[in-house]
Design a protein around this ligand. Structure first.
Ligand code: MN
Length: 384
C-alpha cells in the first residue's frame, strides 16, 4: 500500500481522479506533483495537498506560479527536464505517472532507478521502451501497478494464479465512437472527441476513436504480463463492463467487471493488495444485461494492425509508431490533417524507420525525435 506518493500530471484526467481517490482514502500523503501548464488548477491542488516539491513543465508558467505561491514553502522546478525531481523525490515511495505521451518515459526510468513503485497510467512508457523498463523493474525489485482499466483488470485476474500459464489475454475495447459508422472520411475533431463510455483526455480519446489506444494497450500488456503479442486478443465490448479477461491453460476464463470509472483501477494500484470501499458507484449487474463481444475491424481501423506490425517487428519500431501517432493526433486535433490521414502518417513514418533490435534508452529517445520530425514533414505534405 502506497503511503507517500509523487504524481506526474496532477491536473490531467487521471491526475485529478488520483487526487479524488487520495482525498477519499485519507491516509496517503502527496509529497510531490507536476503539471504541464494548467497552473490555476495546479495552485488549488498544491494549496490543498501541500506537496514539498513541484515541477511545472512550461517554464513561463513556472515563473508565474512561483510569483503566485510565494507564501508557500515549496520547492518549485521549471521545465520538463526537471520532472525527475518529482518522480524520484526521496520522500515518495510510489510514483503515479499520469502524464500523456513519451514525455513520461525518462522520469519513470529515474523513479525506478531510485526504487519507487510505479502506478502507471502513461502507456507510452511501455510502448516505446517496454523491454528496458521491465528489465529495470526486475533489477530494482520494484512493483509496477497498472492503472489503465484493462491492465488493472488483467492484473486482478492474475491474483492467486501467478504460477499458472496464461493461454490468452482477452483485451476488451469499447470500439470507440465509430464502431457503427461506415464512412470515416469526413470525421470531425468534435465527432472523434465524443467517446461513448469513458471520459478521458483528448489524446487518448482520439486514440480510442482510431483504435490506436487498443494497439498501444496490446504492446503495454505484452510487457507488463510477459506474454507473446500473438496471445493477446482484442475483443470489442461496447458496454465497457468487462474490463478484460485472462484465459488459462485449462480453458477457464477469469474476468473483472465494474462500472466504467477509472477511480477503481487508480485506487487498486494505490491500496494493493487491499481493497477498500470509498463509496464509488458500484456495478448493478441487473442493468448489465446483453453484453456483446465482437472481433475488431482491422480493415476499417488500420491503427490496430499497425500496432501489431510494430510489436512484431520489435526493437525501436513501437517507439517510432508511438511518436508518429503522437504527432499525427496532435495535427488532427489542430485541424491540420483528416482523420484517415492519422494511420497514413504513422505507416509512412514506420516505413522510413529501420528498427534497432537491442536498443538503449538513447536509441529510443533518438527514434522518438526522428519519428516526430518525419511525421511533421508528412503532415506538411498533407496540407499542401
Ligand atoms: Mn484503457
Amino acid at each position: 500500500m502506497a503511503e507517500n506518493i509523487s504524481i506526474l500530471g496532477s491536473t490531467g484526467s487521471i491526475g485529478t481522479q488520483t487526487l479524488d481517490v487520495v482525498r477519499k482514502l485519507g491516509n496517503i500523503k502527496v509529497r510531490a506533483m507536476s503539471t504541464n501548464k494548467n497552473i490555476d488548477l495546479f495552485e488549488k491542488q498544491v494549496r490543498e495537498f501541500l506537496p514539498e516539491v513541484v515541477c511545472i513543465a512550461d517554464e513561463e508558467k513556472a515563473k508565474e506560479f512561483k510569483e503566485n505561491t510565494k507564501d508557500l514553502s515549496i520547492k518549485v522546478f521549471a521545465g520538463k527536464e526537471e520532472l525527475s525531481r518529482v518522480s524520484a523525490y526521496e520522500k515518495s515511495d510510489t510514483l503515479v505517472n499520469s502524464v500523456v505521451g513519451n514525455i513520461g518515459l525518462v522520469p519513470t526510468v529515474e523513479a525506478i532507478k531510485c526504487g519507487k513503485d510505479i502506478a502507471l497510467a502513461n502507456k507510452e512508457t511501455l510502448v516505446s521502451c517496454g523491454k528496458l523498463v521491465m528489465e529495470l523493474v526486475k533489477e530494482k525489485n520494484v512493483n509496477m501497478y497498472p492503472v489503465d482499466s484493462e491492465h488493472s483488470a488483467i492484473f486482478q485476474c492474475l491474483q492467486g494464479n501467478k504460477e499458472n500459464k496464461i493461454r490468452h489475454i482477452l483485451l476488451t475495447a469499447s470500439g470507440g465512437p465509430f464502431r457503427n459508422r461506415e464512412d470515416l472520411e469526413n470525421v470531425t475533431v468534435e465527432d472523434a472527441l465524443k467517446h461513448p463510455n469513458w471520459s478521458m483526455g483528448k489524446k487518448i480519446t482520439i486514440d480510442s476513436a482510431t483504435l490506436m489506444n487498443k494497439g498501444l494497450e496490446v504492446i503495454e500488456a505484452k510487457w507488463l504480463f510477459d506474454v507473446k503479442y500473438e496471445d493477446i486478443i482484442v475483443v470489442v465490448h461496447p458496454q465497457s463492463i468487462v474490463h478484460s479477461m485472462v484465459e488459462y491453460e485449462d480453458g477457464a476464463v477469469m474476468a473483472q467487471l465494474g462500472t466504467p470509472d477509472m477511480k477503481l483501477p487508480i485506487q487498486y494500484a494505490l491500496t494493493y493488495p487491499k481493497r477498500v470501499n470509498t463509496g464509488f458507484e458500484k456495478l448493478d449487474i441487473f442493468k448489465a444485461s446483453g453484453l456483446v463481444f465482437e472481433r475488431p475491424n482491422t480493415e476499417k481501423f488500420k491503427c490496430l494492425s499497425l500496432a501489431y506490425r510494430a510489436i512484431e517487428e520489435g526493437g525501436t519500431m513501437p517507439a517510432c509508431m508511438n511518436a508518429a501517432n503522437e504527432s499525427a493526433v496532435s495535427a488532427f486535433l489542430d485541424g491540420k490533417i483528416k482523420f484517415l490521414q492519422i494511420p497514413e502518417i504513422i505507416e509512412n513514418t514506420m516505413k522510413a524507420h529501420k528498427a534497432i533490435e537491442n536498443y538503449t534508452l538513447e536509441d529510443v529517445l533518438k527514434t522518438d525525435e526522428k519519428a516526430r520530425e518525419y511525421a511533421f514533414e508528412e503532415v506538411r505534405k498533407c496540407r499542401s
